[in-house]
Write a protein that binds this ligand. Structure first.
Ligand code: MG
Length: 250
């Protein structure tokens, strides 16, 4: 069941989204070669707590950290660690969720570490572009499949692999609510979008096939061919008018 959010809930989700944006802006400013992903995690947690909010991922199904920190061929759900030292030429995907007074904001970005190749730089740009193509389709009256189709089209245009096992989702009082949002077309048109729905859209593209598996830590998702991947996400409110991105500073 997809729930419509009340005005009050939307206000709190927007506040949660502000904190998510603050964390990701900080991450973008400080990522550099030599830093460990554990250091990034500690800074993210401090910002969230200073804002009187709670990290949404920590403890979720046993996840041990505040951010997911996924480097290079790692797509999502990477666990921050003191032994993961960022190197020049890496990319790091950082996903963060924040609970503010019971409501959640969820977003992710992939950040270059030092100098990255033109090929990888384009992968990042185009994955982010796919997110914005999809956001444009997050309009009342559209079927959910239009969002999925916009993401698939951007991948096809560039010859990228779409990571199919993971996708977007409804979000609100729970981190993962209905509907599941495929990052590619399926036979199902999906539900019609209505004002008050809040969804997290999150394209994940790879320079390779997009086929993935989970590592032995039961969390980290990596590409089977070890090709670089990128992941961008925002939490979006469907309105009577244009879609509203909640995970930017308001
Ligand atoms: Mg998400």
């Amino acid at each position: 069941m997809i729930t419509k959010k009340s005005k009050h809930e939307i206000k709190l989700m927007s506040a949660a989204g502000d904190i998510v944006a603050e964390v990701l802006e900080m991450m973008q400013n400080i990522v550099k070669p030599g830093l460990t992903t554990l250091e990034l995690d500690e800074i993210a947690e401090r910002i969230i707590k200073e804002n009187k909010a709670i990290p949404a991922f920590k403890g979720y199904r046993g996840f041990p950290a505040t951010i997911c920190a996924s480097v290079n061929e790692q797509v999502v759900h990477g666990i921050p660690g003191e032994n993961t030292v960022l190197q020049d030429g890496d990319v790091i995907s950082i996903d963060v969720g924040v609970i503010y007074r019971g409501l959640i904001g969820d977003a992710a970005i992939t950040i270059p570490v030092g100098d990255i190749s033109a090929e990888v730089s384009k992968l990042l740009e185009e994955t982010n572009a796919a997110l914005y193509d999809a956001i444009e389709k997050a309009v009342a009256g559209n079927n959910l499949c239009e969002i999925s189709g916009a993401i698939e089209d951007r991948a096809s245009m560039n010859g990228y692999g779409v990571v199919k096992q993971y996708g977007g989702h409804g979000v609100g009082r729970n981190l993962h609510e209905d509907p599941f949002i495929f990052n590619y077309r399926t036979d199902d048109p999906g539900p019609v979008l209505k004002p008050g729905y809040v969804i997290a859209i999150e394209p994940m593209f790879s320079l390779g096939t997009g086929d993935v598996h989970e590592l032995d830590d039961n969390w980290t998702v990596v590409t089977n061919d070890n090709k670089y991947s990128a992941h961008f996400e925002h939490t979006i409110l469907i309105t009577d008018d244009k879609p509203k991105v909640l995970t930017v500073k308001s």
